[in-house]
Write a protein that binds this ligand. Structure first.
Ligand SMILES: NC(=O)c1ccc[n+]([C@@H]2O[C@H](COP(=O)([O-])OP(=O)(O)OC[C@H]3O[C@@H](n4cnc5c(N)ncnc54)[C@H](OP(=O)(O)O)[C@@H]3O)[C@@H](O)[C@H]2O)c1
Length: 264
């Protein structure tokens, strides 16, 4: 029975991963920092395949406790870890690198981005590695983004979301470090971009719409076929198919939901 941990399972792509993986024959551990506040997760917890874990990915003690919970159910192993959780600031998303109102705001956004988007997946991976080493599948999927690919960003001339983009570039290198260390043990560490996906829980505020249009125009410079966001079910089923096909020779790579370096 393959076992999965999905980090950041309260909403968006994380919730969709749980939904798609919760089928007979799988064991799915849906991890969230506030599971009781997620209606979607509460509904999915009724499925026999789903187990709920409470942990913040920046808290190593909580992560170790979550790993101990998993071990109790599986007998000490885990097959697949999905590092999906991330922080994207709504307040600073459409600022450029020198446009923060104060240096303190820039510092806070960069630190929270680093803590959540780089250290978070590293701490989560380290907490679950002892279990993953005893698993049969040995795969770790970490969500990054096409706007952390420097050639794409340069070509699109996309200057927004500096802290987020820098942090996602950082987690790609963490993925490489794990791939090198665990190659001999047959692990596959994959960084993946989900595409541009509509995970918003509310319609965009009117003042954001011109920014979203600007973003779409920037992306169309690189990918003229880009029409707008895809839905979570399409993105997640594509990512799971890439994960399924990935072999040891892919370990350490950073690809899109299409399984290539085409981000859109
Ligand atoms: N959507 C896109 O177009 C897109 C594009 C490129 C990359 N991505 C990447 O895909 C992943 C999922 O994106 P999304 O759009 O689904 O994001 P989202 O809707 O913003 O959801 C983020 C998830 O991360 C969780 N989270 C944040 N900080 C956490 C922490 N410290 N501990 C535990 N959980 C934490 C959130 O939990 P709470 O509910 O508790 O806040 C939530 O479940 C992210 O890694 C994102 O960077 C998304």
């Amino acid at each position: 029975m393959p076992s999965y941990v999905v980090a950041g399972a309260s909403r968006g792509l994380g919730l969709e991963f749980v939904e798609q993986l919760a089928k007979p024959g799988n064991i799915v551990f849906a991890m969230a920092r506030n599971p009781s506040q997620s209606k979607g997760l509460q509904a999915l917890s009724k499925k026999p395949e789903v187990h709920i874990l409470k942990a913040d990915i920046t808290d190593p003690v909580g992560l170790r406790a979550a790993a101990a919970e998993v071990a109790k159910v599986t007998g000490g192993s885990l097959d697949v870890l999905i590092n999906n959780a991330a922080y994207v600031s709504k307040k600073y998303e459409f600022l450029q690198i020198d446009e923060f109102a104060t240096e303190q705001e820039l510092i806070d956004d960069f630190k929270l981005s680093f803590d959540t988007n780089v250290l978070g997946p590293v701490l989560t991976t380290n907490a679950f590695l002892p279990l993953l080493r005893k698993g049969h599948v040995k795969k770790v999927l970490t969500l990054s983004t096409g706007i952390a690919d420097a050639p794409f960003v340069l070509k699109a001339e996309y200057a927004y979301s500096p802290a987020y983009c820098v942090s996602k570039t950082g987690v790609e290198m963490a993925n490489v470090k794990y791939a090198i260390k665990y190659k001999k043990e047959g692990f596959v560490f994959l960084a993946i971009s989900p595409g541009v996906v509509n995970t918003a829980e509310e319609p965009a505020a009117p003042e954001i719409i011109p920014k979203l249009q600007e973003m779409a125009a920037a992306f169309q410079k690189v990918a003229p076929h880009f029409k707008g966001p895809i839905e979570p079910n399409e993105s997640v089923s594509a990512m799971l198919s890439v994960l399924d096909r990935a072999t040891i020779k892919d370990s350490g790579s950073f690809v899109s939901h299409l399984g290539t370096r085409e981000w859109l």
